[in-house]
Design a protein around this ligand. Structure first.
Ligand SMILES: [Zn+2]
Length: 245
């Protein structure tokens, strides 16, 4: 029952996330502008905005112009719902889970926008930093954990940035790691950063060998995946590891 609730709210939040992913890189308002078809500009009614259901009912086509609606919309909605259910399964029903859900959504937006534009919008990093401030407040006796987290990966990356004159790493990635460090604390952040690097290296080499991917790499999607996996399961993984000794 609770899982279904997380999935349902996650679907609707995913629908809002679609708007963010589309409009934030273009600098458009994400709240006040009404939703419309990107092809013909037709205003969408409420029954055309139900996550996944509308897409399926209209067979992926706009009612106005019969143009094809990108499958990205329902996929983002479903992915966001899945992230929210995972957050609930990993951390139960408390305030921390709420933060975890929002972090998952923000990282999904980072991954999608970075993959498409090669940039991580500052607004999303600020939103993640705000989630970080909230997680610090929830766990205030352990505040050094989070403050160190903000610099644990971002400062070494900043050194790389200076050493390579900005070509070795993107500024957006550095700010993302500062914001995520504040949200996760340094231990989970290091784990997530490591996971993201391994994931990015393996997948990118595979794409260079089997596909046409160039040498340049949007790192954001891999960092986002590694960080969220660590936020979900890092604590359990570390206590399992320590229990071996
Ligand atoms: Zn249309």
């Amino acid at each position: 029952m609770i899982i279904a609730l997380f999935a349902l709210v996650g679907l609707f939040f995913g629908s809002f996330l679609n708007v963010c992913i589309l409009r934030i890189p273009e600098g458009k308002d994400i709240v006040r502008l009404p939703s419309s078809c990107p092809l013909c500009g037709k205003r969408l009614r409420w029954h055309e905005l139900i996550p996944v259901v509308s897409y399926a009912a209209q067979r992926g086509k706009c009612k106005g112009c019969k143009g094809k609606v990108s499958a990205q919309y329902p996929l983002i909605e479903l992915t966001n719902a899945a992230l929210w259910v995972l957050a609930y399964l990993a951390s139960g029903l408390d305030a921390h889970t709420g933060l975890l859900c929002l972090l998952g959504s923000a990282l999904l937006a980072v991954a999608m926008i970075d993959a498409r534009t090669g940039e991580i919008p500052p607004g999303i990093n600020i939103a993640i930093a705000a989630l970080g401030a909230a997680s610090l407040a929830l766990d205030y006796p352990n505040w050094p954990e989070y403050v160190i987290g903000a610099g644990a990966v971002s400062l070494p990356l900043l050194a790389v940035w200076f050493a390579t004159k900005g070509r070795g790493i993107g500024g957006g990635d550095i700010k993302l790691m500062a914001a995520c460090g504040l949200a996760l604390g340094w231990r989970l952040l290091l784990l997530g950063f490591f996971a993201g690097c391994v994931l990015g290296t393996v997948i990118h080499i595979a794409r260079m060998v089997f596909g046409r991917a160039g040498r340049s790499l949007a790192f954001g999607p891999y960092l986002a995946a590694g960080v969220f996996a660590s936020a979900l399961w890092g604590r359990a993984l570390m206590s399992w590891y320590l229990s071996l000794f």
